[in-house]
Ligand binder design. Structure first.
Ligand SMILES: [Fe+2]
Ligand SMILES: [Fe+2]
Length: 202
């Protein structure tokens, strides 16, 4: 799905459903991080106005997602809490930085890492939406079904931005995306081996 090279085990959704409050709090933080990453990337590239516009639009949408998850938490009486350590995103950024040593990675890599995080979120939301539907949780099912479509769109937007940042070298960018997707798959398989985890990307 969406260029991902490792499929999440169906057991993930069952674990997520059992620990739904924790997953919702983790999800809220993911949305806030997506917004803040988009803003920090935009702030670092003031010379690229198209990129700044696209990333600030994205940040606005991620803040809207955050506030909607926050409203769900509030309705359920669940505290937001501190952000859990995001091993997944940290490992992915490290892997990209390691590969990029000695060559120009920079902005293109950051955008492609963004694309992969969106793709993985989309995949997980789809699994969660399916589990919620089976459990008769109609409102949350509808919410995650809407969000997974947004994340699929963000995945494509990040790739288009990466191609622009690489001056239109689409084939090169797609080859890099493919290599990063391999690293992402390794990270997901490793995290899946760690027990008692119920996070969006864990
Ligand atoms: Fe989002
Ligand atoms: Fe997103």
């Amino acid at each position: 799905m969406l260029g991902l090279k490792a499929e999440t085990d169906g057991a993930w959704a069952e674990a997520a459903l059992r620990d739904l409050d924790r997953v919702l709090a983790d999800h809220a933080h993911c949305e806030m991080k997506a917004a803040s990453n988009a803003l920090s990337l935009a702030a670092r590239h003031p010379d690229r106005l198209g990129l700044v516009r696209a990333l600030t639009d994205l940040a606005r949408e991620e803040i809207d997602h955050f506030q909607r998850v926050l409203a769900t938490l509030e309705a359920r009486g669940v505290p937001l809490g501190n952000p859990p350590v995001d091993e997944y995103a940290a490992a992915l950024r490290n892997a990209a930085a390691q590969d990029a040593r000695g060559r120009k990675g920079g902005l293109v890599d950051r955008l492609l890492v963004g694309a992969l995080i969106e793709a993985r979120s989309c995949e997980r939301f789809k699994l969660l939406a399916g589990a919620l539907e089976k459990a008769g949780q109609r409102e949350l099912h509808a919410f995650y079904t809407e969000l997974l479509a947004a994340e699929a769109r963000h995945y494509r937007e990040f790739i288009d931005l990466a191609v622009d940042a690489a001056d239109g070298a689409r084939d090169e960018v797609l080859a890099r995306l493919d290599a990063l997707a391999e690293r992402e798959a390794e990270i997901v398989r490793t995290l899946a081996r760690a027990p008692e985890r119920a996070t969006i990307h864990g």
